[in-house]
Design a protein around this ligand. Structure first.
Ligand code: XMP
Length: 319
């Protein structure tokens, strides 16, 4: 791909020019965006880059281990694994308002970064995998006023508060272009093909109050759902798929007993850039089989629903 090969060289030159011999810290979320940004910057400036991986307790099953193994062991990048689960979950305790959740998580990220920036010593730059759609913070509906739908925790305000300058090498790119750049940089296809995962993580897939119990159930249900999607060969046809755990318990029957457990919603959408999306047309067989598996394999869930809302009017995430 001529554009990406050229873009890579150009981006590397720009990073070198911007950064000089200064140190850079990069928040690694395990998502495609921050991973591609980190690999690109690492290629440009080597060990001047230190990545900080924050485990906010809102990651999916097995995610923290995967990310640390990949970047520390495979890529040999200096990586700080910050286990801050207690901090984040403590501050989120009792909070159910979506924007409040986002703001708390965004603020704590800044705190945690500041702490680890000090560990690195004299970092003067902060790298972020901000994409073009993230830059457009407000969405304007035709004929209507411009309104902010959700505050993105990874844009705005961060560098000023931290006294760091910003490196955002993906700022001009859409998701498909970031994937192309990732392939160009030699990231494993399985990693590049991963569905997007939002910075606030499972917090925004857990409407209502976030508890460790609900998160544990959500992780298991999500893992079964994604396993189903992979087994049916559908993963690459879908932009994003996940489970949301609903803040409601419903009555069910299992064996000869009554159950009173959480309901969950499956979400899967197709999209080009995340700005608009259509729900994925699973077959009824797939949905039925998946519901059965989740209820049988995940204690704590006794009801499964499928979200058939497109964007707009829905958003992809539930919060
Ligand atoms: P929505 O829910 O707004 O999501 O339709 C559009 C895309 O953006 C992701 N998303 C986020 N990504 N930080 C991120 O890095 C965030 O705060 C955030 N909120 C939503 C979402 O997963 C979807 O891909």
């Amino acid at each position: 791909d001529w554009t990406m090969g050229a873009y890579r060289e150009e981006a590397i030159a720009r990073i070198r020019e911007q950064v000089g011999d200064a140190k850079v810290i990069c928040g690694l979320s395990g998502g495609v965006d921050s991973s591609v940004a980190a690999v690109l910057i690492h290629e440009a400036i080597g060990d001047q880059l230190t990545c900080v991986f924050v485990d906010h307790g809102l990651l999916r099953k097995g995610e923290a281990e995967e990310v640390v193994t990949m970047f520390r062991d495979n890529y040999n990048m200096p990586l700080i694994h910050a286990d801050e689960q207690d901090l984040f979950l403590g501050e989120l305790d009792g909070v159910s308002d979506p924007e409040t959740k986002r703001k708390i998580i965004g603020k704590l990220f800044i705190d945690v970064f500041q702490k680890h920036a000090r560990e690195v010593g004299d970092a003067t730059f902060l790298a972020q995998g901000t994409l073009y759609p993230d830059v457009i913070e407000s969405v304007s509906f035709s004929g209507g006023p411009s309104v902010t739908i959700k505050s993105h925790h990874n844009v705005g305000g961060l560098p000023e508060k931290m006294g760091l300058k910003l490196v955002e090498p993906l700022r001009e790119l859409f998701k498909d272009e970031v994937r192309a750049l990732g392939r160009e940089l030699g990231l494993p296809p399985s990693f590049i093909g991963r569905h997007p995962f939002p910075g606030p993580g499972l917090a925004i897939r857990c409407p209502g109050e976030i508890t460790r119990e609900k998160l544990a159930i959500l992780r298991e249900a999500d893992a079964v759902y994604i396993d189903q999607i992979r087994k049916h060969g559908l993963y690459d046809d879908i932009w994003q798929a996940f489970v949301a755990i609903l803040p409601v318990r419903t009555v069910g029957v299992m064996g000869d007993g009554r159950t009173y457990d959480f309901a969950c919603a499956l979400r899967a959408v197709t999209s080009v850039d995340g700005m608009t999306a259509d729900y994925f047309p699973f077959t009824h067989e797939f949905l039925g089989e998946t519901a059965t598996r989740i209820i049988n394999e995940v204690p704590g869930i006794n009801r499964v629903t499928y979200d058939i809302t497109s964007k707009p009017p829905g958003t992809i995430e539930w919060e």
